[in-house]
Design a binder for this molecule. Sequence first.
Ligand SMILES: *[C@@H]1O[C@H](CO)[C@@H](O)[C@H](O)[C@H]1NC(C)=O
Ligand SMILES: *[C@@H]1O[C@H](CO)[C@@H](O)[C@H](O)[C@H]1NC(C)=O
Ligand SMILES: *[C@@H]1O[C@H](CO)[C@@H](O)[C@H](O)[C@H]1NC(C)=O
Ligand SMILES: *[C@@H]1O[C@H](CO)[C@@H](O)[C@H](O)[C@H]1NC(C)=O
Ligand SMILES: *[C@@H]1O[C@H](CO)[C@@H](O)[C@H](O)[C@H]1NC(C)=O
Ligand SMILES: *[C@@H]1O[C@H](CO)[C@@H](O)[C@H](O)[C@H]1NC(C)=O
Ligand SMILES: *[C@@H]1O[C@H](CO)[C@@H](O)[C@H](O)[C@H]1NC(C)=O
Length: 666
Amino acid sequence: MVMILSALKTWVSAATLVGAALAAESDVASQGDLCSKIASVKKWVAPNDVRACFQSYKLNEKIRSNIVEVVSKTLPFHTSVNYQRQAPPPFEEIHEDLPGDVERISKKKYNSEYDMHIELSRAFKRLNDGHAAWVNYCYGLYVNYLPIPLSLITDSNGQQSIRIAFEAFDVAKAEFPDQVDVWQNALPGALKGKLSSLSGAKVLEINGNDPWDAVEANVAIAGSYQAHTTRQNAYFASYQRSTTGWVYRMGDFAQQSLPLSDSVTLTVLRLNQTKSDTFTLPYRSRFGSTSVAFADTATWRQNNCVALSTTNGVDVYANTTTSRRARKHFVNEIVDDTALVNVALPPTVTPPNPLNISQSVSQFYLLDDKKTGVLALGSFSDGIAGFNGQIATLLAGLQALKAAGTTQLIVDVTNNGGGYICIAHWLHRIIAGPKETTEPQAGLYTTARAGPLARLISETIAEYKVDPDNLLLYNSLNWAYANNTSFPPNYDWVSPVVPKFINGHQDAFTQRLGSECPASSFNSTAPAHALFDPKKVAIVSNGRCASSCSLFSITMAKKEGAKTVVVGGKKGPQQYCGTVGGQSTDFATIDTDIKTTKLKNNTLSPPDLIVNAVNGITWRLGYGVWSPDEPEEWQSRPADINLPVTADISNNPVKIWERVVKVAFN
Ligand SMILES: *[C@@H]1O[C@H](CO)[C@@H](O)[C@H](O)[C@H]1NC(C)=O
Ligand SMILES: *[C@@H]1O[C@H](CO)[C@@H](O)[C@H](O)[C@H]1NC(C)=O
Ligand SMILES: *[C@@H]1O[C@H](CO)[C@@H](O)[C@H](O)[C@H]1NC(C)=O
Ligand SMILES: *[C@@H]1O[C@H](CO)[C@@H](O)[C@H](O)[C@H]1NC(C)=O
Ligand SMILES: *[C@@H]1O[C@H](CO)[C@@H](O)[C@H](O)[C@H]1NC(C)=O
Ligand SMILES: *[C@@H]1O[C@H](CO)[C@@H](O)[C@H](O)[C@H]1NC(C)=O
Ligand SMILES: *[C@@H]1O[C@H](CO)[C@@H](O)[C@H](O)[C@H]1NC(C)=O
């Protein structure tokens, strides 16, 4: 107590005072400072100690009402809210009343702010719309791990079993060198020190139950994807190409973004053994790579929980000394709060010898058959090369594969969460060549939700011409009529609205928007001919392909006849992508439009957030290819091919691609 008060004197900013005042109300006196306990241990701690720190911080009503007001007043910008009150087949298990849940959370009694955070975050996750998320960095402080990621393996008889990943020990040894001994020593009896002997073991029970019970418990809270099967797949280990290398996604069993579990008890049959083993392993929490160091409750709050300069929007014309940058390229990108770390894919399975034109998230390979080219594409947003750089790399890489004589193409988009919308159009266009489906546009028609505040913003920009430099989201210059002619300047494109009646609720959307990536938006010139026959293109993933990745996959599959392949997953139909959206954004971006149009004082406008959180939004919905008057989001997209994962190809990209060649191109 004394320490906090003396520290207070040196703190100056208004934000600091909020953090300090709130910290003083936590339960410090009775139990000692539970956050200084984990802070002193530093990197690795027990999850229950992280939870004890979080739960020692009581819910402050000022914070609750701020969060609830921001979220409630932002809800009218989310496109999926009324649709997800009851999704149609095959997504019929989804029925979330998000406004109702926010209302309930605004009144419920909670023992701590953390308990409220979990409920709000899960309410958003139950929408199963991966763009619409509530992420509070205050609680992303530690990431919870087990050293035994799981895989779903199919044997030669077609029988499926959940196994500890064959590469589990290699991954754990490389990623957790400073923690492996803790797990080695936690193993009982003859297993002690033999973590490596668990790799490949068949999992018979998780916490005394059928392992699929644990998978399904995670499906209920995983969020992000509507398809049940895709949420199952999230439980298992997989891979992805990142900007800096091939990374290993541990899966939701072995990695949790919150300190939810303290330990797990498994019954397994190890390789070459006839008797099963039962053991308990602790989860361990590692300090997050983007978390800011802290010493106690006050500094945890101050450094990680208070709004940053980027949390809220700005009036972009308020400061004449700052240079203004036009927002040119819009994104459609999933918000994944479990993707915080870069665990390396083991070198033994990392694809060797990419073509030297490869860069960052876009890697090109020539398979041994010399007929098949591979584009491994981890994202439609290249954090190193940027928009123009990725456009150029995709073109040069595919041209290099073609020059090498390949006639068929695998595009591996495993765990690709999207990125720039126009890069999805570009990739489709350069593969398929100029034709009716790609010129002038390779994308989908879209619509944005037209809530009362959205209408006011659009009307204000048009009427008062407040955005001469086109810096705002709602500026008409960014969008086009359904005939793909750009809107004129200062045109109120949101009104008149198109009324819709969705799941018993009156709703309103904008007119149909044409696509917005004309040839002039690209710095490279698209070739005059198709680089590949689209029917000889296979789009491959674990189903976890979202947003701009979905825009690319859906238009390639439904308009061009490209083959879709889902690798792994439980037997039965697998969806080849999800979380389609049309364009994603977030609260801060909407708030910038609100502030710049001077509507912040309107009663419809959300206040500034006082916490360090992001509220992701699906701002536009793409219309379907096969049912063009309905959003593509709720249409079924079963993969052409479900490729069972056998032990020899599990998480081994090259072996997976060679298997895909056999099943997709013969
Ligand atoms: C299991 O037995 C096979 C065949 O004898 C052997 O090749 C393999 O190395 C053994 N695996 C383990 C983990 O003991
Ligand atoms: C305006 O921009 C300058 C330079 O970036 C910055 O120092 C100043 O704090 C800004 N003022 C406001 C009111 O945002
Ligand atoms: C890239 O590969 C091509 C073809 O093998 C070769 O001609 C070129 O010199 C290489 N460039 C670099 C920078 O290594
Ligand atoms: C306009 O764009 C849409 C969506 O990209 C496309 O499907 C359509 O063919 C285009 N229409 C015209 C008239 O160019
Ligand atoms: C596209 O539609 C708008 C609105 O109906 C119209 O004003 C414009 O002339 C059309 N453009 C073309 C090229 O048909
Ligand atoms: C093309 O690249 C140049 C130079 O890098 C840049 O100034 C320009 O804005 C780019 N054009 C587009 C449409 O991105
Ligand atoms: C909002 O109202 C307050 C208090 O009346 C005023 O000080 C402020 O300038 C107003 N802000 C805007 C953006 O109109």
